[in-house]
Write a protein that binds this ligand. Structure first.
Ligand code: ATP
Ligand code: MG
Length: 270
């Protein structure tokens, strides 16, 4: 038995964990791998059913980018790194999808750049925060905020429970990387005067439109690329970093990302 992707469901073709074995030559092997990772993480309370929907929304846009890191996204990645390296109090916000997809790579990036990770989630089911924390700790996360004993600070521009943040992290941060973020929260963080960097496959989302730097790419490609570039960019002078941020043009970045999608679609019309 197979699903629409030709993906086997029968018991004989399943891993011991019950997930189907994904043939390596399957055209969507990578995408299927990440789907199973997220489903597995949902069973562990790390990801919510809404998180699965959000991932599907992202994947649709990934198709329209040809599932690659475009040169436009690469420039945005470099600008994001420069802004993070120049920040006084940078922080990287981590939600369930982010932890499940690239938790390990984020720990590497956090240590490389000496930037704390702050767990901040919308759906606070009992045990969920602890499950995400345990996953991040299993990857060796040292500088982990938003967990344990702390007196919460409030982002007054926000009404949901995500207004509660860590005073050592997002609350006092000048530059915040908020990947896969919701528009309300991005708007609130911008209104609170923070410089916002996001990773969002949809260049039309409110988050993508409101952020200061939007990396229009899949987070599973972005974080490894950030690790790679961070190794050399760490050695740049303040002036050189400043130049990279100043040369980055967010309206052009969004416009070119949309143009890239239009061109990609046009090459497929015959
Ligand atoms: P907004 O609230 O900003 O208007 P939205 O309501 O359309 O966005 P949300 O579910 O709030 O969507 O936010 C999730 C965002 O993350 C979506 O824009 C989606 O495209 C994006 N996304 C999901 N998975 C990934 C991924 N793996 N890499 C990059 N972006 C992703
Ligand atoms: Mg939203």
């Amino acid at each position: 038995m197979t699903d629409d992707d030709g993906n086997p469901h029968g018991n004989a073709d399943n891993n011991p964990d019950g997930n189907p074995i994904i043939p390596q030559d399957h055209p969507r092997a990578q995408s299927l791998h990440y789907r199973h990772t997220l489903v597995e993480a949902m069973h562990q309370k790390i990801v919510t059913p809404s998180g699965l929907c959000a991932h599907g929304r992202g994947e649709a846009f990934d198709y329209l980018l040809g599932e690659i890191t475009t040169p436009i996204a690469q420039s945005a990645i470099k600008a994001a790194l420069a802004a993070l390296l120049m920040a006084k109090h940078p922080v990287i916000s981590v939600n369930g999808n982010v932890a499940a997809l690239v938790g390990e790579e984020l720990v590497t990036l956090s240590h490389l750049l000496d930037i704390p990770l702050e767990i901040n989630i919308f759906y606070q089911a009992p045990g969920r925060l602890e499950a995400i924390e345990a996953l991040m700790r299993s990857f060796g996360a040292k500088n982990l905020l938003g967990v344990g004993d702390f007196t919460p600070a409030i982002i007054s521009e926000l009404s949901s429970n995500r207004r509660i943040v860590d005073p050592r992290g997002i609350y006092k941060a000048d530059v915040v990387l908020v990947p896969l973020e919701d528009g309300d929260r991005t708007e609130a963080l911008v209104a609170a005067g923070k410089y916002i960097i996001t990773i969002d496959l949809n260049p039309l989302s409110r988050t993508a439109q409101k952020a200061n730097i939007t990396i229009v790419d899949n987070i599973v490609r972005v974080i490894p690329a950030m690790i790679k570039f961070a190794k050399s960019m760490r050695n740049l002078t303040r002036e050189e970093l400043d130049e990279i941020v100043n040369q980055f043009d967010q309206p052009q970045n969004l416009k070119q990302s949309l143009e890239y999608i239009i061109k990609y679609i046009k090459t497929h019309i015959n």
